[in-house]
Structures are given as C-alpha cells and as structure tokens.
Design a protein around this ligand. Structure first.
Ligand code: C5P
Length: 232
C-alpha cells in the first residue's frame, strides 16, 4: 500500500473543481470528494473525475442501519471509487455490512476507512451530548479496533494519533490524516497540525491536504512539495 497525498477538493461546484483539476496536466493526484460537492453535483462528478484519471476518496461518512449502509456501499462500489468511509459509531455489524456491500463480484473493492470521533467532538461534548464517559483517546482507539475487527482497512485520524493507531491495530492498518500544513504556511482553522514531513515520520499512510494546495498561488508546486516531503 503506497503512501500518497490526497487533495481535499472542497469546492462548491463542478465548474470550480474541474477548473482546479485542469491545472494538473502531467500528474493526476488522488482527490477527496466530500458531501458538499457530491450533494451538489451527484454521482456524475465522480464519474467525470474518474474518467480524467484520478483516484477518488469519496468522503460521505455513512452511518445508518447495516442493511441500508450495505446497499448504499454497493452503489458507491459501482461508481469505482478507490476509497470511501463510514462512522465507526454505526457498530461492527454496520461496518461488516458495508464491507459486504462494497465487495464486487470479482472480490475487489475500494478501501474502507472509519471515522472514529470527529475532531469537532471534544471530551465535554462526548460526555454531555453523547453520554460517553471514557477518555476520548480511549474511545478513538476502541473505535479503531472495532473497525479492524470488522475487517476495515484503516481510520481517519489526526497525524498525532497515527503512531498510536498503528501500535493498537498493527502497522498495516491504514491511517488517513488531515490537519497537514507546511512549516511556513497558514494554519487556518486547524488546531493540531503537522507538516507532511512530520506526518511521514510518524507513519501516516495518506495525508489529506486541502487549502495548503487548493488556495496556494501555485497549486501544482504546493502539491509537488507535499509529495516531495511525504512520499519521496
Ligand atoms: O483545507 P484543509 O487542509 O484543512 O482540509 C482538510 C480536509 O480534511 C477537509 O476536507 C476536512 O473536512 C477534512 N477533515 C479534517 N479533519 C477531520 C476529518 C476530515 O480536516 N478530522
């Protein structure tokens, strides 16, 4: 499983997304498509970006009853995405259903990654709103382990948690990590960040990078810098 840089294409429309991707002529980066773009443009945006030769992480974070998730994952699998995700909070049974739905008749399937606790959920919100009283680190590792038990490929986590996830779930269990910034770049609204080089050292398998590339004056140079620091 090769390390790679995934560009978060957090654009509101197909036009803005394709304008951005048009800049990439000699390389075809792995891209992440989230809910905003998918709900605005529908599955056609996935087919179009795929037809241009990009790998796609479809970040829709499914969470529903196992049967519904299984059937929805079968639809996403037909779309030929390379990676997709769900909430580990949906239970091991839901995650197993998702894997079944994703698996194509020939046995191949997209990578399936779990979200543990969203980084927008802190200890206080988890205790008061969700009535989960354990320390958040323990909850994150427990959910990661549930994802592993269900047969998933890895989790989305902070680069700061990637080492511990590998210690808990094994080094082949993938860590997909947002919250990446260049040493000399803007942090923006991300709180706990790492450079691509640090993420590499700590053992992230994929970094998800949005604004440091999409808002750069020269997105190609910024993407290549990420690859040089993280992959090469
Ligand atoms: O622009 P930036 O590099 O901050 O984008 C990071 C991407 O990763 C966004 O699409 C964001 O929604 C996503 N993400 C995140 N933190 C998480 C999970 C996903 O920043 N815990």
């Amino acid at each position: 499983m090769g390390k790679d840089v995934i560009i978060a294409c957090d654009f509101a429309s197909k036009e803005a997304t394709l304008n951005f991707l048009d800049k990439f002529t000699d390389v075809k980066p792995f891209v992440k498509i989230g809910m905003e773009l998918f709900y605005a443009e529908g599955p056609e945006i996935v087919r179009e970006i795929k037809a241009r030769g990009h790998k796609i992480f479809l970040d829709l974070k499914l969470h529903d009853i196992p049967n519904t998730v299984k059937k929805s994952m079968a639809v996403l699998s037909h779309l030929d995405v390379d990676m997709t995700n769900l909430h580990a909070a949906g239970t091991i049974t839901m995650m197993q259903g998702a894997l079944e739905g994703l698996t194509r008749p020939d046995g191949t399937r997209p990578l399936l990654i779990a979200v543990t606790q969203l980084t927008s959920t802190d200890q206080e919100r988890m205790e008061n709103d969700l009535l989960i009283k354990e320390p958040i680190d323990k909850v994150v590792m427990h959910y990661a382990n549930n994802a592993k038990i269900a047969g998933l490929d890895g989790v989305v986590c902070s680069p700061l948690e990637a080492g511990k996830v590998h210690d808990t779930c094994g080094k082949n269990f993938l860590t997909v990590t947002p919250g990446v910034r260049f040493a000399d770049g803007d942090v923006g609204d991300q709180k706990r960040v790492m450079t691509p080089e640090q993420a590499k050292k700590i053992g992230s398998d994929y970094i998800v990078v949005g604004r440091p590339i999409t808002a750069a004056e020269d997105p190609i140079a910024a993407y290549k810098r990420c690859v040089a620091e993280f992959v090469d």
